[in-house]
Structures are given as structure tokens and as C-alpha cells.
Write a protein that binds this ligand. Sequence first.
Ligand code: H2P
Length: 787
Amino acid sequence: MPKKKMLEAVELYLKSEFQTTPAEATPDQLHTAVSRSLMAGIADRWHASAEKHQNTRHAYYFSAEFLMGRMIYNNLLCLGMTEEIGQLLEKNGASLDAFEEVEDCALGNGGLGRLAACFLDSAATLNLPLDGYGIRYKYGLFKQKIEGGFQKEEADDWTRYGDPWSLRREDEAVRVEFADQTIVAVPYDMPIIGYNTSNIGTLRLWQAEPVQAFDFNLFNAQQYDAAVAERNRAEDISRVLYPNDSTDDGKILRLKQQYFFCSASLQDIIRKYKKTYGNDFSHFAEMNAIQLNDTHPVISIPELIRLLTDGEGLSFDYALDICKQVFSYTNHTILAEALEKWSQHLMERTIPRVFHIIVMLDQYLGGELHQKGITGDKEYSMHILQHGTVHMAYMAIYCSRYINGVAQLHTEILKNDVLRDWYQIYPEKFQNKTNGITQRRWLALCNPELSDLLTRLLGNESWKTDLSQLKQLEKYVEDEKVMQELCEIKLHSHQKLAEFVQKKDGITIDPNTCFDVQIKRLHEYKRQFLNILAILELYYEIAEGSLTDFTPTTFIFGAKSAPGYARAKGIIKLINEVAALIDRDDRVRGKIKVAFLSNYNVSYAEKIIAAADVSEQISTAGKEASGTGNMKLMANGAVTLGTLDGANIEIVEEAGSINEYIFGATVDEIRSVQEHYNPNGMYHNDYKIKRVLDALVNGTLNDGGSGIFRELHDSIVYGASWHRPDQYFLLLDFERYLEAKKQVARDYKDQLVFAKKRWMNICNSGKFSSDRTIREYAKDIWHIEEV
Ligand code: H2P
């Protein structure tokens, strides 16, 4: 549909649906009208793309998380409609800013879910036939409030004002069966609009609903609760992202979620396949590739076997053979929590037939291991079924065509350590696919001023679909005028962020300070704790006068903690307490400031990232598989203050070590000191370490009587029954980190020198476009081509 028509459609929509005009409509009505009109405008293209995807070899991304963020701005950008819609609104006394009130679509936790969203964006832009499958959670990731320094969670009702970017496709609903209930999975489709292309991908999210919405007879018999009970039980399955699984009931609910979306998606794929090929499954593996995003969708493997054998009459061997060609598995972390294990007992109770198939898979695996000469303890340790638990990662490796890690170092650790036994028998299956981010949302959209500069210097917009073009701009590093302009753009983004933070969080930050940023899920291995301890030490040094020339810096944190993760929540409280301590002290006023921004999400990230000067990537070496925030920050001209971990290593390779601040123990160093590591000794012998840790327990910092600061202190000095002291090696890196922070502050004083570092980061961020990543998946894993 031509742009003009789409604009007319907006006014028509407002009139017919809301009896209003652009001048009088609420932001919410405007959002619905604009979104719906654009949806109508792309309907033909979307349909045509879906047909094309279907008629060629195509890939599906199965993921329990898709962290899409706010859709409207990005869709306007991709459709080239931002200006037109902006003008339409302005003509009527409104503005695009009205959409700032629209909720984020936060159907994910952090990097893993956001990566899935970037991948869909890149594939759509590159005309690659990739579509996503996931769950349409009623409530996405909780909303975070900070009360008295503590995190409080609230439900995130993201569709409260409707969901105009989805189409309910009741006609394609399917049934999913569990031992104790049968439910209906109803698909909702979201368009994934490619940039500057007619291709549109689809994200199909399933919603769980009852077979019978309402039991009339029970209601008539005045059993009102029972009449709706079945409905609730069905809807529970897609109600929340990651239900609390501390009890068996919670665990079963999670298992049901996973099985629910995998089964529905596979039934959908088979249905579409059969439209062309009927009952001949000999082309199934030739036409379909399925990427399993972490272990959450791995239950797809036995489910596909079930559907092909019980449902379509194929032999077990044939079905397994198809699986081994169709599925590939991405591992996103070496932390045990992600290598999911299910109790055999729960699985057997919930999806008995699927469990039975897993038992058979395990027998086949045993046979294969024997053939390869693997026996005894080693064989046992590789089984899918061990001690009454089902190891999902092992099932994935055994039945997948390819397995990949998400950055070079991570893949090496998988191959040589965590999955070594598997790598030895299936070396050909292992690949690396370093993560990436889409420069459409994470540069063009979030940082328009910088984008304009890049486009102007380059003479075209090619970088928006080929980020490596920025490399050509490296030469401007010697051009003082350009560097000057870069500084002004940063300062302006500081001002914009400061205004927003004031409005949203009521925190005053000074735009003329250095913005040092750590934004990511809160986790011990990501070491926000190390950051705040170092800040506390800086505070002491500035207050006592031993550190005199520290560049005024605002330390910005944004992070959510899992609701049941007590230590992570304690660290949030600690950050807020240190912030308060600093705020109270005149001696450091204007020199350092800590700001914990609440409810960190994609939309907040867009603003923070554009304004960041320093990107804190300080995980314990070997623990952060890749990181993707590091890439977004780099592309926006922040320098990395980080460890040699995850993709930081590749960032340094690309931008050059003189343009980053790398500190701390490497994987090898940690390995070599591990055995004799003695944090208790360090605590007693290093006065800096002692004074910052003591502040947690000597009354300097107040944890509101929760005892959590004592717990945090002890976790470093003494450890706990389930882990050694300081398991993430904060103290090992403390001094080096502190030095690196001081070095950043010194260098920041010379704005020209610092601008050069920024520039080298921006110009060398090309590798970290998800366009590059997705091309590699398309070529090396999915074997798909442009449509
Ligand atoms: C995880 C890893 C990151 C990785 C991301 C995407 C699980 O994300 O920890 O290192 O970059 O997947 O592969 P996160 O911690 O942000 O939830």
C-alpha cells in the first residue's frame, strides 16, 4: 500500500474504531490506529513473503524468549514512515513522543531473548526465510520498582492497551495433550519487517486456551468456580514467563510451557509441509531447519519423533534420522542452571509418551557410544538419562546436526571443557557463531544524531544494512572537527538521558560528567558487586583526599534480579545504599554519583546506550558466554572497561587494545590460582579490600535489617555450604579493576584523546552486526538462501 494511503487509513481507523480524530485521540488510540493501519498496509507483502518462505528451504527459530521491546518506532523506521507519521501527528498537535507510553513487549529476560529478536530483524532485512516460534505470555518480565532501595516486582501486563502488532489466527489453532489435560494453542502472528526490503518474516507466538471455554452445566449447577477452573488451568500455561519452579507444581508448569509451544510449532510445521508434499516425508529435512535456542525447546526432539511415528506412521529410525538433520542447538552459557535437567518422574507423569521416546533415544545413544568404544563411567556420564534425571543438553547434542557456542572463547570452552567428551566423538557438529546486534534498533533508532553523522561522512546509508562500511570512516580519527562533533553529540545524548532519568526515576545526574554504565541482568558472575565495591573504594579515597583529580563520573546501573535470587537482590540494595552514602557526603559532591535506574528494559536501554561513555563488561573470565550489550555500547562510542571474557575478546581484536580498558585475570590465570585461592587472607591483608567489605557489616551501610549485607560479605570471605569463598574471584581482580577505573578517569580528561577511542570503537563495530551472525547461521547451519 502506498504511504499516502496508509496515512489516510490512520484517520479512518480513528474515526471508525474510536469516533475520534488525530487531534483528540489519546496516545493509546493513536498507537492502535497507526499500528493497525500499517498492518493493513503491509498485509499483501507479508502474505507474499510467507508464501515464499514456505516454498523454499527455510529455518525456524524456536525460543522460549523473544525480547522484542517496543515495536512501533522500529517498524516505522523499517517501513521508512517515521517522518510521515511524525508530520501527521504534529499537524494535529501530537507527536511521535506519544508512543513513549507504549509498553515494551518483554517476553524475555535478557541477552538470550534479545538476541532472538535481533536475529529475526536481521533475517527479515537480509531476505532470509527465517521465522520465529515462541510463547505469547500474558505477563512478560516483571516490572521493577525500587522501594527503600529494594527491588519490588509487579506484573507486566504488556497487552493492557491492546496488541495491535499481532494477528490472532484462530483458524490455525492446534491441540496439545498432556496426561492430565488437553488444551488449545492459538497462534498470534507478529510481522518482522525487514529494513528497506519487501520481505517480512513472522514471529508466531502461541497462547494456551481451554478446549471448552466455559462449562455451562457446572455453572447452571451453581458450581461457579469449577465452571471456569478448566479455563484457568489451560491459561496458566502461557500466563507467565519462567514461573517460579521451587515446587513440583511450578516445575510441571514450566515443563508444560516448553512442551506446549514446541508441540504446537511442530504440528504447524508439519501441517504446512503436508500441504505441498502430502504424506511423503522424504523432503521434510530438505525443506526445514529448526534452531533450538538453548535447552528450553529441546523437548521438540522427542516430540517430532512422536508426531512422525505415532501421527504419521514413520518408523522410529526414520524419524530420528530426520531429527538429526533438522535440529541444531545453540548453547548460551556454561552455568549449570542453563543446562536444564528434568526429573524423570515429573516428565513421565506429565508427558508419558514423550518420556518413553526419550528412553528409546537414550538406548540408541548407548549403542552409538559403545560402537565408538566408550564404556564404563564415561559412557554413563554421557547418557541422557542419569540417576532419574533427563539431561536436555545431551539429548540436543546427540540428536542435532550442529551445536554452536556464541563467541569464540565460549565455543572453545565448550569444546575443550564443558562438552569435551561430546566434542571428541562429534567434532564435525561443533561451530562458533559469535553473537551480534541489529544496528537498525541499536544505532539508527536509538542514536539518530550519531547516525546522521555517519551517513553524512559516508555519503550514504549503506551502513544500516552493512555495518562493516563504517570501517571506511576510520580515517576521520585524525580530523579534529569530526572528533569535536562526536563529543557534542555525546554531550547532547547525556543531556537527553539526564532529563529522562530525572522524569522517570527522580534522580538528578549531571550531563557534564562521564557516564560509566553497567546494564544487564543482575547476576553474581556479571559482578555488579565488584563494581559497587570499587566505587565504594573510590568514594573513600576521594573523601579522605588521597584521590584528588578523579574525573567527575556518574556510575549508572540498570538491572533486574530474578525474584527468588536473594543475593542478586541484596546487590541491588547495596548499590542503592552506596548511592545514598555518596549523596549524603559533601566531600564528594559533584565528583562521583551512583544512579540505579529502575525497570531497566529495552526502551530504557536505547536511551542509556546512546549516552554511555564507558561500557562495564567485568564478568569473571570464562563465565559470560558472549554478551551483547558490550556490542551495542561499542557501536555507540563507549569504550569497554572489561575482562578478557566472552565477546569482549573479539571487541578488543577489532577495535585495538589501546582503545579499550582491559584488566583482570584471564581464564588461564583463574584456572591456575583456583586451588590455592584464599580470599580470607586477602581480606585480612589488604586494607582497601577490608574497608569496603567491612562497610557491609560495621553499620556504614544499612540493609534494612534484612541481614543480606552480612550474607554478601560472608559469601566473599567465607563462602557457603554450596560454594567456595568468592567463587567469582572479585578480590582477585579488585586492585586491577580499581586501577583500570582510575585510568579511564584520567584519560577522559582529554576529550580529544577519548573521542578517538570512541571513534575507533564505532568504526570497528562491523563484525558485531547480527546481519553478519545471521549470514553465518544461514550459510553454515541452516543452509538457506535469500528469497
Ligand atoms: C545469555 C548469556 C550471554 C549471551 C546471551 C546471548 C544467556 O544472556 O549469558 O553471555 O550473550 O545469552 O547468547 P544473558 O545473560 O544476558 O541472559
